[in-house]
Design a protein around this ligand. Structure first.
Ligand code: SAM
Length: 306
């Protein structure tokens, strides 16, 4: 992992349209031209560092044949970079005030389609079908932090065809996605993400790379979608219920967490027997279990209930 402020990216010469955005001066010019007012409720922190932008686009490993979904293009800064790298970019932006700006900053970037919608309500599977013949998309975004988890989990759980997700998120959330048992950051999000994808933290990004500056540190994380989950479970829904129950009551033992969950109805004996079959002590906590153990526990309990 690199620290971006210390890593100078190399400029590559080519004959494609050069991005005009990505530095403080040009961003301010665009914002002033349109009298743009930042909407806090939309998590608007625009990138103003070209090295970070290059780094994200490189980490996304975009091929000339790729169709990219960008969530929240803002004033189109990263969109300009993505447009150069990809065959097509679909940019979904909720804030109507940004649409005329995007039409201006992305004028001449002919492979970009702007959609003025809430991404949580967008039918992304249909977009993939219409815009990419049903082939997997690559998602790239500087995400609005207030909805990071619903966006990422929505993309995974809906079964939208996806190759990878490369996104800027709050540093703490990136850590939670990447970590394993034994860390205080380990939890339901770690397990859910790692069931669907292989996470890799690409870089930490300090607040001064954004306008306005966020109050928290940020990180770029790449999630490479598995073709097949890394563990085998008889019942995915049951596994995620077990995971939620285990971490809802973090300070309790796994057995108590599962007994107290309104989503589960196993008896005390069934739960204790299943934990025993897993080869764990009765007092084990959920936070000690690996994804594989959650899958095994699911299969044991699933067969009890059959
Ligand atoms: N990509 C731009 C950049 O890097 O400079 C802007 C990133 S900013 C962190 C997040 C963007 O997501 C904003 O433009 C915001 O308006 C947009 N946004 C917030 N909620 C959204 C939603 N539900 N659907 C689509 N876009 C959203």
């Amino acid at each position: 992992m690199d620290d971006l402020r210390e890593n100078e990216a190399e400029d590559e010469e080519d004959d494609m349209k050069e991005p005009t955005l990505g530095n403080p001066q040009n961003t301010i010019e665009v914002l002033q031209k349109y009298n743009f007012i930042f909407q806090k409720k939309y998590g608007q922190n625009f990138l103003i560092d070209t090295h970070v932008l290059d780094k994200i686009v490189r980490a996304a490993q975009i091929e000339p044949d790729d169709c990219v979904l960008e969530i929240g293009p803002g004033i189109g800064t990263m969109t300009q970079y993505l447009s150069r790298a990809a065959k097509k970019v679909i940019a979904v932006e909720i804030d109507r005030a940004l649409i005329p700006i995007l039409e201006d900053t992305l004028g001449g970037y002919d492979n970009v389609k702007i959609i003025n919608e809430d991404v949580l309500k967008t039918d992304i599977a249909r977009l993939a079908e219409e815009e990419n013949g049903g082939e997997p998309l690559k998602v790239v975004a500087n995400l609005p932090y207030y909805i990071t988890t619903p966006i990422i989990m929505g993309l995974f759980e809906s079964g939208v065809p996806l190759r990878s997700i490369t996104v800027m998120v709050q540093k703490e959330v990136a850590d939670r996605m990447q970590t394993g048992p034994g860390s205080k950051d380990y939890g339901a999000l770690s397990l859910a993400v790692q069931y669907y994808a292989k996470p890799y933290i690409v870089a930490n990004v300090p607040p001064n790379c954004f306008m306005p500056r966020p109050k928290v540190g940020s990180a770029v994380i790449r999630l490479e979608r598995y073709q097949k989950p890394p563990v085998r479970t008889e019942d995915e829904r049951l596994m995620f219920r077990l995971i939620r129950a285990s971490f809802n009551q973090r300070r309790k033992t796994l057995a108590n967490g599962l007994k107290n969950s309104p989503e589960l109805d196993f008896t005390k004996e069934e739960i204790e027997s299943a934990i025993g079959q897993l080869g764990r002590e009765p007092g084990v906590r959920g936070e000690a279990l690996t994804l594989e153990e959650f899958a095994n526990l699911t299969n044991i309990l699933y067969n009890i209930n059959k």
